[in-house]
Design a protein around this ligand. Structure first.
Ligand SMILES: NC(=O)c1ccc[n+]([C@@H]2O[C@H](COP(=O)([O-])OP(=O)(O)OC[C@H]3O[C@@H](n4cnc5c(N)ncnc54)[C@H](O)[C@@H]3O)[C@@H](O)[C@H]2O)c1
Length: 330
């Protein structure tokens, strides 16, 4: 470990930098402002500044309406500095990179960040799937580089994965784990790097099987979605897969998996179904072209409905934290 790096104690409200103000950068910034941090939000492309403030303000307005925060947006926005100038990152104890999922872009952004931050600042990435052990090799101080993987919309979700790369100082992971509780998260610390971390490995195993079922004519897209929502969708806010097996009888899973595992898809290529959509320019509800057909109005209503749902599900999740039974025992 670099001797110059101080071990933070987790009690101070550090200034935090967010670099990249797209979909996630804006909701991460909102979450940190709501938690009382000063945030220096850097736009790597000027176009980010056209939408960033209004998006963050809208998140804050909705959060006040939904009772997540007590104060009006102006109270939190006083602690926000929006800029294109990387030099303003100097006071940050932590910087969260949130740019496109592209190694070259992230590398060039790290150079700009590192030439402006202190040696004891922690640098993190919100990458979905680039291994932290690879990303940290693009930096000058790999030991202070970690993954900080959020879920959209970051100001309402309880999810946060903190990932140590091979060269990361685990103590910094433990520090992030501690302060993330103050951001309203129920964080997970991944001590050993693995591609996709925890949640994406679980989710992509399910996506692969969903493609397999549809592409091979077993079921329609609508039916796969319906089965997913009404089975896993009913219990996943309360428990994860292991507790679910405990709740519903471990022996049955032991019996079923012996025969079922060998039949599950182990395809390694990109499924044609998604390849065709992406090559034809489909992005999903953003441009009303995805696995389903949407009118413009339907696409906007889906976006709106997702926003409303994310506040509702949060209320339910808060009634059932991970230690819900321990609390009942007290
Ligand atoms: N969208 C999600 O649900 C989600 C979830 C978890 C993690 N992530 C990860 O978060 C990161 C950002 O995702 P997003 O959904 O906010 O993307 P986005 O497309 O909304 O934003 C992309 C950001 O990258 C910046 N950018 C684009 N080209 C650039 C360039 N040449 N140089 C510097 N910056 C450039 C843009 O200015 C913008 O700030 C990605 O690594 C993604 O994998 C996304």
């Amino acid at each position: 470990m670099n001797k110059k790096i101080k071990k933070p104690n987790g009690k101070e409200k550090i200034t935090i930098g967010v670099v990249g103000l797209g979909l996630m950068g804006c909701s991460i910034t909102t979450c940190l402002l709501m938690a009382g941090h000063e945030v220096i939000a850097v736009a790597p492309l000027a176009i980010d500044l056209e939408h960033a403030e209004s998006r963050i303000r809208e998140h804050l307005v909705n959060s006040k309406k939904e009772g997540l925060v007590k104060n009006v947006p102006g109270h939190y926005l006083k602690k926000l500095r929006l800029t294109e100038d990387y030099r303003l990152l100097k006071p940050c104890g932590l910087v969260i990179e949130c740019t496109l999922e592209d190694l070259e872009i992230k590398k060039s952004v790290y150079q700009k960040i590192e030439s402006n931050i202190k040696t004891d600042a922690i640098l993190t990435s919100n990458t979905s799937a680039i291994p932290i052990s690879i990303l940290q090799l693009q930096t000058a101080h790999p030991e202070r580089f970690l993954g900080l993987h959020w879920a959209e919309p970051s100001h309402t979700t309880r999810f946060l994965e903190i990932i140590c790369g091979e060269l990361s100082d685990v103590k910094m992971g433990e520090y992030l784990y501690k302060i993330a509780h103050g951001w309203g998260k129920e964080p997970t610390l991944v001590r050993k790097d693995i591609r996709g971390f925890i949640s994406n490995r679980l989710m992509y195993a399910m996506y692969r099987e969903a493609f397999h079922l549809v592409e091979n004519g077993y079921a329609s897209i609508e039916d796969v979605d319906r089965a997913c929502r009404n089975n896993a969708g009913y219990w996943m806010t309360l428990v994860g897969v292991f507790r679910w097996m405990d709740l519903t009888g471990v022996a049955a899973y032991h019996t079923v998996l012996k025969d079922l595992f060998p039949t599950l898809s182990n395809a390694t290529g990109v499924p044609k179904l998604i390849d065709d959509i992406v090559k034809a320019g489909g992005k999903g509800v953003t441009n009303a072209r995805g696995f389903y057909d949407y009118t413009e109005e339907e696409a906007r209503l889906w976006e709106q409905t997702f926003k409303e749902f994310s506040y509702d599900i949060r209320k339910l999740a808060l009634k059932y934290p991970a230690d819900v039974v321990e609390k009942k025992m007290k």
